[in-house]
Design a protein around this ligand. Structure first.
Ligand code: ADP
Length: 496
């Protein structure tokens, strides 16, 4: 077998540099797991204001990289830094594009020039690799922001000898974000007008960068086996199920792993005390710390504390959460919510938090450190998603001995096994119908087990012993990289 593939890994957010959700965690951890398997992987992302404010050690490696955008040639810089594990990370800077308060938009909506911003990033990343002489075999890109890259490789750069042997893998982290732009912006993307048709980047009269990624990439992956099947159905395909069915031979579901260097209660620097399956004393200290920090009633030290850490979007089941919150409190339990997102959910939750202060604490905003403390201090994590490509919080919760109550959809269904008190197997509680009563029934079932201490210790232990580290999934990606690379190598030997 030939040497490991060289991979140019491009994502719109990468932890710890810039994060709004699970994609950042994946794009931060997977390259490190690939490196451990011997892959020469380099990561690229925009140089957002958030990255600059993080004060990572950076050095400028290219000044004035020339990047065509529409009928202009823009110039931008490229900076280099690295992950803790030594994976090189390149940051693409362009005056006016990325140095903003947020990554993609404000609570009022997306930035209007997102097409310019991410077309720039996509082209800059490819042109930088050529300039730097990084002869990569595979570009692995993520979500709509990078969907133009596979399209560029198949069109603009298909005859450029530097790119003609490069294969592309496109990973969908969420079908709900499709990168839609008006058709008359096509020239900004740089794609020829001949690509604007239903078999190309056109999506019902608009341009869709998500569709571009799916159609032009050599392989498309998504982040759990169940979601890879679901998105081929009208219920979950968000209008693109037919496109995905058409590409089903090249569509893979590879379950996300998690980074236990960042998420392990035995070592987590954000916690007041540490613990593990053999010594759970620290979890009680973490609960105490959380109750104090959030101003909850001390009485809750003897009662179950439910938590949710989430983007506040319809996808995450926020309607169900708002519907059941008062019922949960009536069960003499506490509730801690950390989230940011749509105003209507923020308001509804803040009002509940004010009405039931002492029993329900609501924190609006993005707070990485508090997310860790809630994960450790709570007894149960609620993840009632309408759909869930993979979901990471329920996997973190397992490790923290915080029992997940999830809706059986997508990656939630793949990662959580219903607890069976008779056999003592299972890691959490699942409900099937997207319905407040179904959700509440599982909450009550979890409470019943919580009150029978022996069974509770068992479900907690089962979860803490589960292993979702990246090694296995990273191996699946390597096999896929090999597979797509082979196509180009055989093309070359056949002289195509
Ligand atoms: P998604 O990517 O759809 O938002 P995931 O469950 O895959 O959902 O990943 C969410 C990630 O974002 C987790 O690391 C979670 O801890 C984090 N997170 C979500 N909301 C917040 C918040 N308000 N503050 C801090 N971290 C958050």
């Amino acid at each position: 077998m030939s040497k490991s593939p060289k991979v140019w890994f491009l994502a719109p957010e990468v932890a710890p540099f810039a994060k709004t959700g699970g994609l950042a965690d994946v794009a931060g951890a997977l390259p490190c797991a690939l490196k451990k398997l011997g892959v020469d992987v380099r990561v690229g992302l925009p140089f957002y204001g958030m990255v600059r404010d993080g004060n990572f050690p950076v050095r400028k490696v290219v000044e004035g990289l020339e990047v065509p955008l529409g009928d202009r040639i823009l110039q931008g810089d490229v900076l280099e830094t690295a992950t803790n594990e030594g994976v090189p990370v390149y940051l693409f800077d362009r005056k006016g594009f990325f140095d903003r308060d947020n990554l993609y938009g404000t609570p009022d909506g997306d930035y209007p020039d997102n097409l310019e911003r991410f077309a720039y990033f996509s082209r800059a990343a490819l042109l930088f690799a050529k300039k730097a002489g990084f002869h990569f075999d595979v570009v692995h890109c993520h979500d709509w922001q990078t969907g133009l890259m596979p399209a560029y490789l198949k069109t603009l750069y298909s005859t450029d000898p530097f790119f003609s042997r490069v294969a592309s893998v496109f990973t969908i982290h969420n079908m709900g974000y499709q990168g839609l732009f008006p058709a008359d912006n096509l020239s900004i993307s740089g794609l020829p007008a001949s690509e604007f048709h239903p078999e190309g980047v056109e999506y019902w009269g608009n341009i869709s960068l998500l569709k571009a990624g799916i159609l032009y990439a050599d392989a498309t992956t998504t982040v759990s086996p169940t979601y890879s099947q679901e998105i081929q159905t009208p219920e979950f395909g968000m209008g693109m199920d037919a496109i995905l069915r058409k590409r089903s031979a090249d569509l893979y579901g590879i379950l996300n792993g998690v980074d236990y260097n960042a998420w392990d209660p035995a070592t987590d620097p954000h916690l007041a005390a540490h613990y593990g399956p053999g010594d759970m004393g620290g979890k009680r200290s973490c609960k105490h710390d959380l109750v104090n920090e959030t101003g909850l009633d001390q009485r809750l030290m003897a009662r179950p504390l439910f938590a949710m850490i989430s983007r506040l979007a319809a996808q995450k089941g926020c309607d169900l959460l708002v519907q059941i919150a008062e019922d949960v409190l009536r069960l003499d339990a506490g509730l801690v919510i950390l989230g940011a997102g749509e105003n209507k959910y923020q308001q509804a939750l803040v009002e509940l938090g004010q009405k039931y202060s002492g029993n329900m604490a609501v924190r609006i905003g993005f707070d990485e450190s508090l997310a860790h403390r809630i994960m450790a201090g709570a007894d149960m994590l609620l993840v009632p998603s309408m759909y869930e490509p993979c979901g990471l919080t329920q996997i973190y919760a397992l490790k923290y001995g915080t029992v997940p109550i999830v809706r059986a959809t997508g990656g939630l269904d793949d990662t959580i096994e219903q607890f069976d008190p008779d056999s003592g197997t299972g890691t959490g509680f699942k409900f099937v119908d997207y319905d407040a009563n179904a959700f509440l029934r599982q909450i009550k079932e979890a409470l019943r087990i919580y009150d029978s201490k022996g069974a509770w210790a068992q479900v907690v232990k089962n979860g803490m012993r589960a292993d979702f580290s990246w090694a296995e999934s990273a191996r699946e990606y390597v096999l896929l990289y090999e597979k797509v690379r082979q196509r180009y190598q055989s093309k070359i030997t056949r002289g195509v």
